[in-house]
Design a protein around this ligand. Structure first.
Ligand code: NAG
Ligand code: NAG
Length: 362
């Protein structure tokens, strides 16, 4: 089984106390269907997505004008590395004429920012965490790297060599390890595709690794769907990823780090954070990208690479550049950091909203 490069994209909009979160589970940018509306210029989903989000916000502020003044922060993870910078860029453009959005910062968690750097950091992550052997690591970095494989896969033309390498990688990593958190147990019922069964909480587990299955089951209850006023259209069951949507898979390869660069130049604080147990968008790729960006922008280090604390324990590591661009890891956290490290994530999130560096001591 091939797993998609990630599963969750969350777009959250915080208006100091008001918190929206739209979970777009699944990835790539959808489009095609809507890109070919009669009489409309062909547009990629990404542009549509940002534009739709902008329209949503405009109308939201019309309906709730009492929030117009508030500081606005946007955060999300994974493919939100594309959605959020694009939306923020549109907001800034819009503001030039209308001054509507009081955008104070964006935070991106385990984000896709640059295809090759992000995806090719997977090999080292697997290898250094003991998930693949030395020889497989070598093949995975020389014969066929991950960005090449994904690229071929999305073009429907996987080469024999990439197929061989990936098959070896999959065998060694095994389906019993969660690629979104390599130290977390997997949901056994999910691995065996019995996702209709509600799994009892495992004894001694502080994290319910079956929460995704349980959520899917919950959202498929008729009373829940009725309460949410959600109707199923073109599908019989609500699932995390659905084939009724067409995805523009290759948008993935368009770098969004260049947009992040524009945002920083426009004075918008940016934080990139990484759950450090995620192998899908590993911290090493994000750290490299942020560091490179700081160099390009001529931003000096204002907080040198150091640990930060939550309680009396290390919550992760952080570095800040030019008091505007920051990188942080969350120790022991998954791709969806708040899921596996809620307390540490909360400290990071609060610091982000307060525009302060992460706690240096306890
Ligand atoms: C909104 O902004 C105006 C101008 O900056 C300020 O005078 C006013 O107090 C603000 N209102 C609220 C509710 O924050
Ligand atoms: C990945 O593979 C592509 C295609 O073979 C190559 O151009 C690129 O340099 C490789 N990247 C890394 C980091 O090895």
């Amino acid at each position: 089984m091939l797993s998609l490069p990630w599963k969750t994209v969350a777009l959250g909009l915080s208006l100091l106390g008001v918190w929206f979160s739209v979970e777009v589970e699944c990835f790539p940018a959808l489009f095609d269907r809507i890109s070919e509306l009669p009489g409309q210029p062909k547009v990629g989903f990404q542009q549509y997505s940002a534009r739709d989000n902008l329209v949503f916000l405009q109308n939201w502020f019309l309906k709730f004008p009492q929030y117009r003044n508030r500081s606005l922060f946007i955060t999300g993870e994974s493919y939100a590395g594309h959605y959020i910078p694009q939306l923020a860029e549109l907001m800034i453009q819009y503001n030039k004429k209308h001054k509507l959005f009081n955008l104070k910062g964006i935070a991106l968690g385990n984000p896709v920012l640059e295809f090759a750097t992000d995806f090719n950091s997977r090999a080292e992550f697997f290898w250094s965490h003991g998930l693949i052997s030395d020889s497989t690591y070598k093949m995975f970095t020389t014969s066929c790297n991950y960005s090449r494989y994904v690229s071929e896969y999305y073009r429907g033309a996987v080469s024999p060599i990439c197929s061989r390498v990936m098959s070896q990688v999959s065998t060694e990593t095994s389906r019993f390890v969660d690629k979104y958190d390599v130290t977390l147990d997997v949901c056994i019922s999910s691995v065996f595709s019995q996702s209709n069964v509600l799994t009892p909480q495992q004894v001694g587990e502080t994290i319910d690794v079956c929460v995704e299955d349980e959520t899917v089951n919950y959202l498929n209850r008729q009373d829940v769907q009725k309460a949410l006023r959600a109707r199923l259209l073109g599908i019989r069951k609500w699932t995390v990823c659905s084939n009724v949507l067409d995805y523009e898979l290759l948008d993935l390869e368009i770098p969004s780090i260049t947009i992040v660069s524009q945002l920083v130049k426009a004075g918008i604080p940016v934080m990139v954070y990484s759950g450090d147990q995620d192998s899908v968008i590993p911290l090493t790729g994000s750290r490299t990208l942020v560091n490179q960006l700081a160099k390009e922008l001529g931003l000096k280090t204002t907080v040198p690479y150091r640990v930060w604390f939550e309680g009396q324990q290390v919550g992760g590591w952080t570095q800040v550049y030019g008091n505007i661009l920051s990188f942080a890891t969350i120790r022991g956290a998954s791709h969806e950091a708040p899921f596996s490290q809620p307390e540490r994530s909360l400290v990071l999130f609060k610091s982000f909203l307060e525009g302060r560096p992460l706690p240096e001591a306890f």
